[in-house]
Design a protein around this ligand. Structure first.
Ligand code: ATP
Ligand code: MG
Length: 252
C-alpha cells in the first residue's frame, strides 16, 4: 500500500515544509520512490527540493482542478527517487475556485488516483490554514503528520486540527488517521523540555520518538535548493530527519 501523508498544522512556521521536504528526501535516499506534492501557494517545498517553480510548465494548480492529467505535473528533482509536483501562487486561485464547487474536498483524491501505484510514499506539504487546500490533503491521505514547534503555545490550535481530522474521517475519508506528532525546533532549554514532556503526556505513542533539533543547516539548506541530507549530511538536522525516515518506516 502507498503511504500518503499530509503534513499539516494550521499554525504557521512550525516546520511543515522543512519536514515534508527532508523526510521525503531521506526516504528517497534509502531507495524508496517518493512523490512530494507542494500544496501551498507559497511554493517553498518546490524550491527547497531543488526545483525552480517558475520554470515548471504544469503545477499542482492545473492538476488539482483536472485541467491536465496529474502525470503531466510530475517533475524529477535533482535527487534520485524523489519526484515533485510544484506549486506557485496561482494555487491561491484554486482555493477560491474550489470553494464554490460541490465535492470540493475530493479534487486531490481524484487527481492523485492514477499515479498512486508508482510511488511507495506520497508526502503532501500543506499551507498554514484549515482551508480547502488542507481539506483536500486530509481527504486524499491515509495519515497526518503534525509538526509541533517546541515553543510556548505549541499546542495552541492543535485541538482544531484534531477536530478537523475527526470530521474528515467521519464524513470524507475513513482511511485517515493521525500518523504522528513531530516535535520540531527543539533547543536545550527548560521551555523546550517542558513542551516535549507536555506533548508526550498528552499524545503518548502518537508522538514520534525522533525530535528535530533547531539546527542552522535546516534553515540554510532551502536557499541552496537542497534537502539537508545532501546540503549538510553530517549536521544534527540531517541526522534527525534520517532518524525520522527510519522511524516512519516502522510505523508503516
Ligand atoms: P508555513 O506555515 O509558512 O508553511 P512551515 O510550517 O512550513 O511554515 P517551515 O517553512 O518549515 O515551516 O519553517 C519555518 C522557518 O523555520 C523556515 O525559515 C525554516 O527554514 C526554519 N526551520 C524549520 N525547522 C527548523 C529547524 N529544525 N531548525 C532551524 N530552522 C528551522
Ligand atoms: Mg510551509
Amino acid at each position: 500500500m502507498t503511504r500518503i501523508i499530509a503534513v499539516a498544522n494550521q499554525k504557521g512556521g512550525v516546520g511543515k515544509t522543512t519536514t515534508a521536504v527532508n523526510l521525503a528526501a531521506c526516504l528517497a535516499e534509502m531507495g524508496i520512490s517518493v512523490l512530494l506534492i507542494d500544496l501551498d501557494p507559497q511554493g517553498n517545498a518546490s524550491q527547497a527540493a531543488g526545483v525552480d517553480k517558475h520554470s515548471v510548465p504544469t503545477t499542482i494548480y492545473q492538476a488539482l482542478l483536472g485541467h491536465v492529467p496529474i502525470q503531466n505535473a510530475i517533475v524529477a528533482t535533482p535527487y534520485e527517487n524523489l519526484s515533485l509536483i510544484a506549486s506557485t501562487k496561482d494555487l491561491v486561485g484554486a482555493e477560491i475556485e474550489l470553494s464554490a464547487l460541490d465535492n470540493r474536498a475530493f479534487y486531490l483524491t481524484t487527481a492523485l488516483k492514477p499515479v498512486i501505484p508508482q510511488y511507495k510514499w506520497i508526502i503532501v506539504d500543506s499551507p498554514p490554514s484549515l482551508g480547502v487546500l488542507t481539506l483536500n490533503a486530509l481527504t486524499a491521505s491515509n495519515g497526518v503528520l503534525a509538526p509541533l514547534q517546541c515553543e510556548y503555545f505549541a499546542l495552541e490550535g492543535l485541538s482544531e486540527l484534531l477536530h478537523t481530522i475527526i470530521t474528515v474521517k467521519r464524513s470524507l475519508n475513513n482511511n485517515v488517521n493521525i500518523f504522528g506528532v513531530l516535535l520540531t525546533m527543539f533547543q536545550h532549554t527548560l521551555l523546550s523540555r517542558q513542551v516535549v514532556d507536555d506533548v508526550r503526556a498528552h499524545f503518548m505513542n502518537d508522538v514520534f520518538q525522533t525530535v528535530i533539533p533547531r539546527n542552522v543547516s535546516l534553515a540554510e539548506a532551502p536557499s541552496y535548493g537542497m534537502p539537508v541530507n545532501h546540503y549538510s549530511p553530517k549536521s544534527t538536522g540531517a541526522a534527525a530527519y534520517k532518524a525520522l525516515a527510519k522511524e516512519v518506516l516502522t510505523r508503516e
